[in-house]
Design a protein around this ligand. Structure first.
Ligand SMILES: Cc1cc2nc3c(=O)[nH]c(=O)nc-3n(C[C@H](O)[C@H](O)[C@H](O)COP(=O)(O)OP(=O)(O)OC[C@H]3O[C@@H](n4cnc5c(N)ncnc54)[C@H](O)[C@@H]3O)c2cc1C
Length: 382
């Protein structure tokens, strides 16, 4: 009988792990990837979809294309994970594995905050299309960007979105008729990366006349009055609300028995193995505490690095070739600021006592770097 590796989730972590394992292992091993979606979407480009610089087709690929590489793809809802037995139920059927990899990401739960869903989001394809349309129609008034919980994927994304909306309105010639505010649940932008990064981003918001209010936890949106209410008693009005919803692990993960105190899956921070041997979790679904008391940010770059580690180590266990490696917490990120410019930050998030992050001045070269990365993404993995 063929031995089998089952990968849950066809996002960043899942697609990379499947590709790398397929290259490293012989056909004796079946590699199966499962996702409810038909398409993989390259999330960093949602920001460009929002501003009309991309279309949906350009930033997504059918997961079924992985079959050409010898990776089985099952489209379906993962209904249950039996970690102890490395078995899952998908579309009502049991699927067993020798190694089980969980890369199921985070689900967005705007319904947790009354009225939030009446706003606009750029965190999935359909929602971003809606926001794009709205940005084209908008003529004047108050735009408010809100993060509805301090932990969300890509800590840079809402700040990039605010700056890109500013640049978009400038291009349309309506910026003088628009006021912009940003209410954040978190204490500062990209706080894990250190005060230099936080202050740099706040300075960029000031330069664009975007008022910034950190540590404001939104509690309610009244769409009829167009009012926002915050836990500290502050309230404000808006004409266009752009939000990042609270995040949670998918239900099937919450019920798997693998979730720890952080509310996310507990893993060894170097090997990404869960408490059950042969069961690994990577990417946004994990909660990895850092020494400074905050979690490792949820970002594709970390899911990517972790996928490389587990693919290498599982292949090593099976074939005996090469050697075990460890995830070292290194990551990097482009920060789009509009007008074809981006900044860039790179660092070691496992550094002690706090992450060490180097920031590069914004310029066209980092924007071009992100475009090159987007191109290589689809070429490499699909
Ligand atoms: C607007 C935006 C911009 C971003 N920009 C960047 C960036 O510039 N750099 C960066 O590093 N990161 C960025 N990110 C974050 C990055 O996209 C995520 O951190 C990354 O996708 C996490 O990978 P993952 O494999 O953990 O989860 P995902 O990529 O979210 O994949 C999870 C998959 O699991 C599937 N799934 C979940 N539950 C089930 C179920 N029950 N049954 C079947 N399938 C299921 C989902 O459909 C999904 O395909 C951005 C995110 C957004 C939204």
């Amino acid at each position: 009988m063929r031995r089998s590796i089952v990968i849950l989730g066809g996002g960043v972590g899942g697609v990379i792990t499947a590709n790398l394992l397929r290259k490293k292992l012989s056909d004796e091993y079946e590699i199966t990837l499962i996702d409810r979606e038909t398409n993989h979407v390259f999330a960093p480009s949602l920001l460009w979809l929002m501003t009309g610089d991309r279309n949906a087709e350009k930033i997504s690929r059918p997961l079924s294309r992985l079959k050409r590489k010898g990776i089985e793809f099952i489209q379906g809802e993962i209904e249950q994970i039996d970690a102890q037995n490395r078995t899952v139920i998908v579309n009502g059927e049991n699927i067993s594995s020798d190694y089980l990899i969980i890369s199921l990401g985070a689900v967005l739960t705007p319904e947790e905050i009354s009225g939030l869903e009446t706003g606009f989001s750029f965190y999935d394809l359909k929602e971003t299309e809606r926001l794009k349309q709205k940005l084209w129609e908008f003529q004047k008034g108050r735009v408010v960007v809100v993060t509805a919980s301090p932990v969300y994927k890509c800590p840079a994304a809402p700040y990039e979105a605010a700056m890109l909306i500013h640049a978009f309105f400038q291009k349309r010639g309506i910026r003088p008729q628009v006021t912009m505010s940003f209410y954040a649940a978190e204490p500062a932008p990209l706080a894990v990366a250190g005060t230099n990064v936080s202050e740099g981003v706040q300075q960029m918001l000031r330069e664009r006349d975007i008022s910034y209010y950190p540590q404001h936890q939104i509690t309610k949106v009244d769409p009829d009055k167009r009012e926002l209410y915050f836990a500290n008693g502050v309230h404000d009005s808006y004409d266009l609300l752009v939000y990042v919803a609270p995040h949670k692990p998918p239900r099937v993960v919450q019920e798997s028995g693998l979730v720890g105190k952080s509310g996310w899956v507990t893993v060894d921070r170097h090997t990404l193995e869960t408490k059950i041997p042969g069961v690994y979790a990577i990417g946004d679904v994990t909660g990895i505490p850092l020494e400074l008391g905050k979690p490792l940010p949820k970002a594709g770059v970390f899911a990517h690095g972790q996928a490389k580690v587990i693919a290498n180590n599982i292949a090593h266990k099976i074939t005996g070739e090469g050697q075990q490696i460890e995830f070292n917490g290194h990551g990097e990120c482009f920060i789009e600021i509009g007008n074809n410019k981006a900044g860039f930050a790179r660092g070691n998030f496992y550094a002690s006592p706090a992450p060490t992050v180097k920031v590069h001045q914004p310029g066209i070269r980092w924007h071009l770097g992100k475009i090159a990365f987007e191109k290589s993404w689809f070429r490499t993995w699909f």
